[in-house]
Structure formats: structure tokens, C-alpha cells
Design a protein around this ligand. Sequence first.
Ligand SMILES: C[S@@+](CC[C@H](N)C(=O)[O-])C[C@H]1O[C@@H](n2cnc3c(N)ncnc32)[C@H](O)[C@@H]1O
Length: 182
Amino acid sequence: MVDYPKDHTEEVHASQPSHYRVLEKVFCKSHFTPEDSILDIGCGKGRILAYFTEMGFKGKLTGVELKSDIVAVCKQWTKAYPNIQVIEGNVLDLNPNEYTVMVMYNPFGEDVLLKLLEKMEQELTHPIQLYYLSDHLYGNHINGRPGWTLKHRGWIWKDGIYYLHWTPQRCSWWEYTPVKES
Ligand SMILES: C[S@@+](CC[C@H](N)C(=O)[O-])C[C@H]1O[C@@H](n2cnc3c(N)ncnc32)[C@H](O)[C@@H]1O
């Protein structure tokens, strides 16, 4: 049985930071430019924003987070970085066209995921990249949807003798291109 932290529900998953080494593995084949606008869906205290900052990313970085106590921590440290915006709120209320790259580390269950996919498919007017960390639970919902191309999917567990996760976690990298209605 999985022993979830207290702040975990099916709709809003627990706030757990991703591991820097996992992020290195996920993004090692990707290239971002200052024209990119990256959204971390469920940014928590901002580990993914910190990773991109550390990597020297100069474009726009946005984090959105539902939990006010956690988002306050993220807002506090990111104040020093003019290219970072942190929004307290629900990703379902954002305009997806403001971003070219979206990243999410296991933020929610399948109901919210399906709503987000439908919203993106209805509203996006340009292609975006989506990185989904720990997608083994619900990521198969993206398979076969019109407009979605899987660029990479793989498992992350150990790094040598060092465990990055308790159990293997699958991660995926997608490109979504809006489907023209005929
Ligand atoms: C596993 S944590 C990941 C934190 C951070 N992205 C990282 O990788 O270190 C997932 C976060 O998503 C947030 N979340 C869940 N549903 C959300 C929603 N609909 N909109 C915004 N944030 C959400 C949760 O509150 C939680 O803090």
C-alpha cells in the first residue's frame, strides 16, 4: 500500500519536490531559447523554476500552484528573479497560449489531467512541448489523442547505486500541434 503524505488527495497531489538529477535526465536532450516561455504546472516551492534558473535559462518562467502556504515560499525566493512569475491558482484558469513549454511532476489525478488536455486542445493556437514527470499513473490518457506526438518516454529510478525514487517512475516528453478543423 502506498503511504501518501497528508496533503495528498486524488484531485490535488502532495507537494513533493522533484529531484535535480531527475530533471537533468528528463531535459538532457532538450534545447530551450530565451523566446521560450516555460510553465511549471503545480510548482510547489519552485524546484523546477530553480533548476531552469540554475541552468541559465533566460526566457520567461512561470509557476502556478494551488496551495497558498507553499506558493508563498515560492514567491519569496523568486522575487529576486525578474523573469519568474509565480501565480497562486489553478492551472485550469490560465491561458495556455502564453507558454511554449509546460512541465508537470505528478500534480493531479486523471479527472484534472483530462480537463487540462481538453482545455489545451480547445484553446492552443501554437505548438507546445509538454514534459510529464511520473506519467506512469495517468500518462496513457495522452496516447493516441489527435495532435499529440510522443518524442520520448522512459523510466527513471536509480543513478548508479543511488535511488532517485522509491520505485521506478516513467517520464514523457510530448509535442502538441493544434489540429486544424476541416
Ligand atoms: C508533486 S508537486 C511538484 C512540485 C514541483 N513542480 C516540483 O517538481 O518540485 C505537485 C504540485 O501540484 C500542485 N497542484 C495540484 N493541482 C494543481 C492545479 N490544478 N493547479 C495548480 N497546482 C496544482 C500541488 O498542490 C503540488 O504542490
